[in-house]
Design a protein. Structure first.
Lengths: 608, 421
């Protein structure tokens, strides 16, 4: 049978409309799916939520395995405003002790941040409140608890050493994209120096959310998730007991006490006083407490005197003068100079002792005129044609002993100290200067400035007969075997080891029968040197450096008590107590211990 | 001609159409499964979920198919008005006894299922139109003959409009193509197209600016035809009519349209861009489709549709699931299937021996095309959001049944075009 096909234009037009529509739609879909990439991005933004997994920071141990810093779990109550519309407001207010106005205010802040994203409603809830909250949480739609860790210090010591963590600043984030807003970072102390090791590795969970921002599971079954890796632990050389003991002795005094193990440069204790409870700078109370500590302009508890305090070394510097003299050959152990006591010129002596005297007795009695003569001999060494060259030799020897430059310890903000240079004197005195001009240097006064950490390093170097490893807190990172690089950084002074024996003998005499008999112990031979430092800020600073046992040094120490008076009265006995505490774990002079613990020298010694 | 001994009801059934139908229904079913898929109800036969129910609708639709094929072809011609009348009564009934869902009072609740009579109005009206245009009463020269078809489509359209289901009412405009095929002058189509352009312009541009432009255009045309005086009057009339129309559109937009209809149009025209509120649906729909890229994310891997970013993703926005999970390739296949279906229907309509069958065929093609164009055009942001289903794909028993009936009455007509039974 014939099939009738109407060959009308009308059919063709209708077919054309159908087909054209098909092509137009396909073109549009092609544009949406293939040409325009923004829709794919929008889709990811719609559905994927990148949830950072914060690792706990590494722990910090002392040299005996006692823990200095631990992490404590805290709980932040988070809220998603959009889901919290029907939450039991009264319940939350009573649990957290909030007024209705507080609640509304906090809710508004959260809403302003985002309706759909969680923000912290109450930070760092106590464990007890968390316990209550957990039982009620099912009735509090839109609220959930997010655990975090914060630092906790089981023994509230070593604040300056450990430093603190704080929220990272926007400027820092710009330079370091690892950090995101709200992240925490080590701001000071070990937390700062070892930030990279302590912080661990942030993890990332990619979650999928539905249109109501409800979590609907992990993306691709977690194939792209990364777990957070906890930060590495730090193993320090600190002796927690000594640290605590030293802080007690220095309580209510301005100053610092640092002890090191001479052979390794490991810091045994690191005290800057006044100090503060490191637990004050943790968590929700941090900013309030920080402001309070920062505003204390009289005692400056945040000020780290041990590495930032600059003091003329005073008489503790005399060994350095002798060492340079011996090394340059301008004196020998048998060189005698006379001392007229208070009548001496140009520098009078403050001690009464026999005259003439050699280097041993001069150290023992801290004789000023003797050391001026040594210094004069150095700056008049006939082997050099002028004073500038001679001064340069002196300068270089001091530099090799760790003066005038930062020791590159592992503590942030360590200062360089200062040894005046030839240029400095040329400028100051218009090139017309001589031994007389710079004579104060011979007794550690004048323009010379040192930090306590430089002084303890100097004591340790003497104990070692001429070498030092930079003082450092951390021995190893992660595990005991992963040593920090300090053990490879041996510095050898430009003074021959034999000359140190002379000096060491003198320092032993200091404690045995010289200026520091107050530090003398029956059972331990201590070598040391006192210093009573004139300064423009008030009473003399009381200084002591030393090491013990003299024959086989295990500890080198530097104690600085600001504006207290004689080195022999304050710093020396405190150092003695600390040495004994470290070596014997107990002290014999209990009366001294009690006296210093209760002594208040914040406003200077009463005698002065 | 097929051998006489083959008495099967599937004798002479157009296999291409049936295959296209089955392919679309199947695509619809697996994509409804993908759209509402969750691990709690992972069985594709779970009757508590949309895909499980859809399978039920598909099964019953196939029963309907068999019933239609068993029915004598002449039944549909003879009872065309009767069926139309019954549907009109039901449409009136739903206004009084219906249940309101999504703001439209167009549902009958029967047990756990809801039935939407408006869906069945389409094939009934198509039957009535085919019956009238093929009857001896129909005379192109008579004014009444031009009027009656408008009444036939107008009654159900108005009833559905009263149910507050604007989208379904608009579908009746698709009969314009049928009328055009059956002799309606082409200029009417041209006027409709012209009005459409003017409408959009009027909504987009300030009416006085637009009138100024039209005036300039009129002056220009005037200049070219200045020697043909006969055209002058026509140009002036056209300008005045256009200007009047523009004012009317502006007035109508401000006074007659509901606020949500106004915003839908504004969103489409790009006048209002607030993707959090009014533009949300279309924007999310475009994101879902766009994120599918060339090859799609794969079956059940779509995130935008599965996590409810796209509203109504198993019904009106089912195309999003396809676009997201099957990519441009999937969209290409789907659109090709539809266009093939429409073209095939037109081809088959043209080979019918009776006017009734041919007109009915064009009606089928036009109705299906209209749904296709509006629905997909909406999901890809070319047409305002008008909630009508995508034939054979969208979830819903009423629409699947109605489209199945619509198509298979035509297939039945075609299969018996040679025998008449």
């Amino acid at each position: 049978m014939p099939v009738r096909f109407a060959r009308s234009d009308r059919k063709l037009l209708i077919l054309a409309i159908f087909i054209a529509t098909g092509f137009i739609y396909l073109a549009r879909i092609f544009y949406l799916q293939v040409i325009n990439k923004s829709y794919a991005t929008s889709a990811n933004n719609n559905v994927l939520r990148y949830v950072t997994q914060y690792p706990a920071r590494g722990l910090i141990y002392d040299r005996n395995g006692k823990v200095l810093v631990v992490n404590e779990a805290v709980y932040d109550l988070m809220v998603v405003p959009r889901e919290a519309k029907h939450a039991d407001t009264a319940q939350i207010c009573s649990l957290l002790g909030l007024s209705k106005e507080d609640y509304i205010k906090r809710m508004e802040t959260a809403c302003k941040y985002s309706m759909m994203l969680p923000s912290a409603f109450e930070k760092q809830i106590s464990k007890e409140t968390y316990g209550y909250l957990q039982e009620k949480l099912y009735r509090l739609q839109g609220f959930y608890v997010q655990p975090r860790t914060i630092r906790k210090y089981p023994r509230a010591v070593a604040a300056h050493l450990l430093g603190y963590v704080g929220e990272v600043t926007p400027g820092y984030i710009e330079k370091n994209p690892y950090y995101k807003q709200g992240d925490y970072i080590g701001v000071n102390g070990l937390e700062r120096t070892y930030e990279k090791e302590l912080r661990g590795i942030k993890g990332m969970k990619i979650r999928m959310v539905d249109v109501h921002n409800r979590d609907v599971g992990s993306f691709e079954k977690g194939a792209y998730d990364t777990a957070a890796v906890m930060g590495s632990d730090l193993y320090t050389g600190i002796d927690l007991d000594l640290q605590e003991y030293g802080e007690q002795l220095l309580a209510n005094k301005k100053g610092s006490a640092i002890a090191i193990e001479p052979q390794t440069g490991e810091i045994l204790c690191f005290i800057s006083s006044p100090t503060y409870d490191p637990n004050l700078l943790v968590g929700r109370v941090r900013s309030k407490n920080f402001a309070q500590l920062n505003n204390d302009s009289i005692t400056k508890p945040l000020y780290n005197r041990a590495i930032m305090g600059l003091y003329p070394p005073g008489s503790t510097f005399k060994m350095a003068v002798d060492l340079v003299g011996l090394q340059m050959g301008v004196i020998t152990p048998n060189t005698y100079f006379s001392c007229q006591g208070p009548e001496s010129w140009p520098i009078k002596c403050t001690h009464y002792h026999g005259s003439p005297l050699n280097v041993y007795s001069a150290i023992e009695q801290s004789c000023n005129p003797f050391h001026f003569q040594v210094f004069k001999a150095i700056l008049n060494d006939p082997r050099y044609s002028n004073i500038r060259d001679r001064y340069d030799v002196w300068y270089k020897h001091l530099f090799s002993m760790g003066f005038g430059h930062s020791l590159k310890t592992d503590l942030a903000y360590e200062l360089n100290g200062y040894i005046p240079t030839v240029n400095f004197y040329d400028k100051t005195y218009d090139k017309r200067w001589n031994t007389m001009t710079v004579r104060s240097l011979s007794i550690g006064q004048g323009e010379i400035l040192t930090t306590p950490v430089q002084l303890v390093n100097y004591a340790g170097m003497i104990a070692n007969r001429g070498f030092y490893y930079p003082p450092h807190v951390v021995r190893s990172v992660g595990n005991m075997k992963n040593k920090t690089p300090f053990s490879t950084r041996k510095n050898i002074s430009s003074i021959d080891a034999a000359h140190y024996d002379v000096i060491k003998k003198g320092m032993e005499l200091v404690v045995e029968r010289g200026t520091a008999t107050a530090a003398k112990l029956d059972n331990i031979a201590i070598a040391g040197k006192t210093g009573t430092v004139q300064n423009p800020h008030g009473g003399d600073h009381s200084l002591f450096i030393g090491y013990a046992p003299a024959g086989n040094p295990k500890i080198a120490i530097c104690v600085v008590i600001e504006n207290a008076g004689y080195g022999s009265t304050y710093a020396a006995p405190i150092a003695s107590l600390m040495i004994e505490k470290y070596l014997m774990h107990t002290v014999t002079h209990k009366e001294n211990e009690e006296r210093f613990k209760n002594m208040n020298l914040l406003y200077g010694s009463r005698k002065k | 001609m097929a051998p006489e001994k083959n008495k099967s009801i599937f004798r002479n059934v157009d296999k291409t159409l049936v295959l296209l139908y089955l392919a679309l229904v199947f695509i619809g079913w697996i994509n409804i499964y993908a759209a509402v898929h969750n691990t709690d109800h992972s069985s594709i036969f779970d009757l508590s979920q949309n895909y499980g129910k859809q399978l039920l609708w598909i099964g019953t639709s196939l029963i309907i198919v068999v019933m239609i094929l068993l029915t004598d072809t002449r039944f549909f011609n003879v009872f065309a008005y009767g069926i139309y009348g019954i549907v009109i009564v039901v449409l009136i009934g739903v206004l009084f006894f219906g249940k309101e869902i999504y703001g439209s009072k167009s549902w009958f609740q029967i047990g756990g299922f809801a039935l939407q009579p408006a869906e069945f109005g389409k094939f009934a009206t198509n039957l009535a139109i085919a019956k009238y245009l093929s009857s001896i009463d129909f005379d192109k020269k008579k004014k009444l003959s031009k009027f009656i078809p408008l009444v036939i489509i107008g009654i159900p359209a108005i009833l559905i409009l009263l149910q507050n289901d604007t989208g379904s009412a608009l579908v009746y405009a698709s009969f314009g193509l049928v009328f055009y095929r059956e002799g309606m002058p082409a200029y009417i189509l041209a006027i409709i197209a012209g009005l459409a352009v003017l409408t959009i312009m009027a909504l987009l541009i300030n009416q006085f600016v637009l009138m100024g432009c039209l005036f300039a255009l009129a002056v220009l045309i005037f200049y070219f035809y200045r020697k043909q005086r006969k055209v002058w009057g026509f140009i002036i009339a056209l300008f005045i009519a256009s200007s009047a129309y523009i004012s009317t559109v502006d007035y109508a937009f401000d006074h007659f349209l509901e606020p949500h209809q106004q915003t839908r149009i504004n969103v489409l025209l790009g006048k209002k861009i607030d993707i959090k509120k009014d533009g949300y649906n279309v924007n999310q729909s475009k994101i879902a489709i766009g994120s599918g890229k060339l090859l799609g994310k794969g079956f059940l891997k779509g995130t935008q549709t599965k996590f409810n970013f796209v509203p109504k993703q198993s019904t009106d926005f089912i195309f999003c699931t396809i676009g997201e999970e099957w990519g441009f390739l999937g969209a290409l296949v789907l659109i090709s299937l539809y266009i093939s279906l429409f073209v095939r229907i037109v081809m088959i309509a043209e080979r019918q021996r009776t006017d009734f069958a041919r007109i009915y065929g064009y009606g089928v093609a036009s109705i299906l095309f209209f749904h296709f164009a509006i629905n997909i055009g909406m999901t890809i942001g070319l047409i305002p959001v008008i909630g009508i289903p995508l034939p054979f794909l969208s979830y819903g028993g009423s629409s699947l049944w109605a489209f199945t009936i619509l198509l298979f009455i035509f297939i039945k007509q075609d299969s018996t075009r040679l025998s008449g039974r």
